[in-house]
Design a protein around this ligand. Structure first.
Ligand code: ZN
Length: 89
């Protein structure tokens, strides 16, 4: 029996769907307390995964799932920056 290759999956904190890690974007709370979009996937810190679209980010923010996942409050200016960086897909 051939097992399917294991693809790392993560849950989007917006829609709650499990997706391939590489199909999602990572938001990281860095050790110095900044919340940034991790475009490399290699930043250290506490991360949360999101589908690359405004809908999921907005959902995650409204339901406070983003700040819960990061264990850190996310300021509106940061949300704005993230929205700009994500673009709308
Ligand atoms: Zn999503």
């Amino acid at each position: 029996m051939v097992r399917p290759k294991k693809i790392p999956q993560r849950m989007c904190v917006g829609c709650g769907e499990m997706k391939e890690k590489r199909a999602l974007i990572r938001v990281v709370r860095t050790p110095d307390g900044q919340v940034v979009l991790d475009t490399t996937g290699k930043k250290s810190g506490r991360g949360a995964y999101l589908c690359p679209n405004h809908q999921c980010l907005n959902k995650a923010v409204k339901a406070k799932r983003l700040e819960k996942a990061l264990r850190h409050p996310v300021a509106p200016e940061i949300i704005e920056t993230l929205l700009t960086q994500i673009g709308d897909g």
